[in-house]
Structures are given as C-alpha cells and as structure tokens.
Design a protein around this ligand. Structure first.
Ligand code: ATP
Ligand code: MG
Length: 359
C-alpha cells in the first residue's frame, strides 16, 4: 500500500507492512488536542524505518511531518526524508544558530518558527518525530521529567501561536528511558508500543532478500525482528551458528549473574510463565529478590508490554510474549531454556535442536 512506496535505504527494497501502525498514528494525531507520544519497542524492531516511511508517505497538504534523527553524524542526512524545503531550513538553523544537532529537540518552538517561514502552518497538523532523544538529554543534562514538562507546555504555545495542532512523537528503545517517560504519563503524554514484524511480513522480507534458511527456524530465532534479519544476512552471511554464538555469549553473562545472585530459579520461572514472577511495576521489579529481571530489561533482552503501553502493533501471547513482559526476541528464550537443561556451555546446534524438538 502507500507505505511500500518508501524504499528502505540500507536494503534497497520497498518498505514492508506496518499499515496498521500507520493507521494508528494517523488516528492519534487527529485528536482534539496537541499531544506527546513516546514510541518504544524491541531494539531493532523497525521504529526508525517506520518513522521515515511515515514521513515520506503521509506528508501532504494537511500533514506537515518533520523527522529528526539526532544521532545522525552527517547533518545533511539527519532530516531524511522530511520534505526538502523544511530540511533546508532546519539544516541552516542547526548550522548557523544552534551549531549542534542535539540542541534541536530542546528548542522545538524556535524550530517551528523557522518552519513557518517556508510552510504556512495555519490549520495544518504538525507532527515532529524525534529519534533517539536520550542522546540530546544526556548531552545537555536534562531530565526526562523536565523535558516532558517543558515540551507539553511548548506544544500548546505552538498550537496557539501558529494555529496548528502539534504532535511530538519521541522514539526510544532504551528501557530505562521508557521507564522514566512512563512516570510522566498523563502530562499530555502517552506511551506507545511497536512490535517486531508479524510472521507474514517477516516471510515477505526474507523472500525479498533471498533467505536460504528454513523460515520457521528464523521465526523461532528472531521473532520477526528486522534488525536481526539484517544482521544475519549482511554481517553473518546467513551463518546461524556464528550469530547464535554471539547471542549465547550475552546469555552466558546473564546466566552467570543469575547464578551469583542465587536467582537461576527466577530465570526458570520466567521461562515457565513470563508474566508470573514479581509485579509488572518497574519499582517492584527492582526488588533484590528479582534483580535478575531488571538486568534483563537493562540488556534489552526483556521489554515491558503491559497495559500502560498503547499497542500500535498486534502482540499475540505465546511462549516468549506475555501480557506484562516479553522477550524482545525468542532466541533468548531458547538459549536460556537450553542452558537450564544442559548447563552454561551450550553449543549453537543444541539450541537449534531444542527449537526443532519443541516447536
Ligand atoms: N518494515 C520494514 N521493511 C523492510 N525493512 C525494514 C522494515 N523495518 C525495519 N527494516 C530494516 O530493519 C533495520 C532495523 O530497523 P530500525 O533501525 O528501524 O529499528 P529501530 O527499532 O529503530 O532500532 P533501534 O531500537 O536501534 O532504534 C532497518 O535498517 C531496515 O533495514
Ligand atoms: Mg531507531
């Protein structure tokens, strides 16, 4: 459909799926009042690429969409694919006034003043997407609380001055940051959750990149995470064993930590029922008895998916996805499962064997 007109730059293929997410965002940016949304999701699930595809395809006479990637090293690429007129203005604003791209998200009002010079905003819907905001906040030592408080005031100032409803979509996959954002929910701000590609979209992606491996196996390893599929293809040349070795190493560190803490049983309960242990509240997950759970969040192995997050993608409960928390990719579930059975030193082929036996 419309999103597929966007070409994914690193893969040079048409963008896949995400129609549901697209519809959700358009609905959420057409409500009564200006609002801030924080979009989180597994590391590499496709947030950035989705935001770019949205910017490239949904911008029209009503929607003015600005995409800013504050981690982009080349300033000329930081706003891609925002329309050229706006990109130029922002490029000059950063180059001549701010002298630092990371300052831009902290000065949204000035940004809009400059955009107004090239596009009349009256009666329009303005959507400003900020990718990787934590980099700006870290550099300028601004807390998430203060940032949200200031931003929620600014969006109203913008709405009043320029006569346009204003939405800010903040992207982050940093689990600690999303916890801090969560505490600010209600201040004209809500949390959204995006998920990995669903199975049919993943198969479409694998078809397009000529994957030579059993699709079912890739599904049980990556759960449709497009970043992992790219890594497997580009970096590991479809060598599943090598890729698994890397993942096993990460899990080994966690397993050793769990052993040192005397919490291997917590890991085991997590595999038996991912929602079962401890509360879903971040503070309670932090109690010493469940410390290993917090380690898993910090390492981007687990992610919170409870009802505080509005799901813009469909999430189906299964062995690695609960209703409160989920593994970001099923490969972690399988490696821990294999370690609990065979001990720390598991080989990739044993993990694959376990998957084949149990699925
Ligand atoms: N819908 C899609 N169609 C085709 N390829 C995709 C799609 N979504 C993501 N990709 C591919 O997956 C890669 C990772 O996606 P992306 O960088 O958007 O993830 P992310 O969620 O922003 O990651 P991070 O958590 O690191 O910010 C992209 O570089 C792109 O190649
Ligand atoms: Mg990203």
């Amino acid at each position: 459909m419309i999103l597929s007109r966007y070409v994914v730059p690193d893969l040079k293929i048409n963008f896949i799926d995400r129609e549901q997410e697209y519809k959700h965002i358009l609905e959420l940016t057409n409500i009564e009042t200006s609002w801030i949304y924080v979009l989180t999701g597994p590391w590499g699930c496709g947030k950035t690429e989705f935001a770019r595809a949205l910017t490239a395809t949904a911008s029209n006479d009503t929607y003015v969409i600005i995409y800013i990637n504050v981690t982009e090293e080349e300033l000329s690429k930081a706003f891609y694919p925002t329309c050229e007129r706006i990109s130029k203005v922002l490029y000059n604003l950063v180059k001549e006034v701010f002298k630092d791209l990371l300052k831009l998200p902290l000065s949204i009002y000035t940004l809009v003043t400059y955009v107004e010079k090239v596009i009349k905003l009256k009666g329009k819907i303005l959507l400003i997407i900020i990718d990787e905001i934590t980099k700006s906040l870290e550099k300028y030592r601004l807390s998430i609380r203060d940032y949200v408080a200031a931003l929620s005031k600014k969006i109203y100032d913008i709405e009043r001055t320029f006569n346009c409803k204003t939405y800010v979509l903040i992207l982050t996959s940093d689990q600690s940051a999303s916890e801090f954002f969560d505490r600010e929910q209600g201040k004209n701000m809500s949390m959204l959750l995006m998920w990995n590609l669903n199975k049919s979209a993943m198969i479409e992606l694998l078809d397009k990149v000529n994957c030579p491996i059993d699709l079912e196996l890739i599904w049980h390893l990556t759960g449709g995470n497009p970043r992992e599929i790219c890594m497997l293809m580009i970096y590991y040349k479809w060598n599943i064993e090598e890729w698994l070795k890397f993942k096993i190493e990460t899990c080994r560190e966690v397993y050793i930590k769990a052993r040192d803490l005397g919490q291997v049983n917590v890991l085991k309960s997590l595999l038996d029922n991912i929602d079962e242990i401890s509360s879903y509240s971040p503070e309670l997950d932090d109690v010493p008895k469940y410390k290993i759970i917090n380690v898993l969040y910090k390492l981007n192995i687990l992610i919170r998916v409870d009802d505080r997050f509005r799901k813009i993608s469909s999430l189906y409960k299964c062995y690695w996805v609960g209703s409160r928390r989920a593994f970001q990719e099923p490969v972690y579930y399988w490696i821990f499962h294999t370690m609990l059975k065979y001990g720390l030193n598991v080989e990739p082929y044993i993990v694959v064997k376990t998957i084949r036996e149990l699925t």
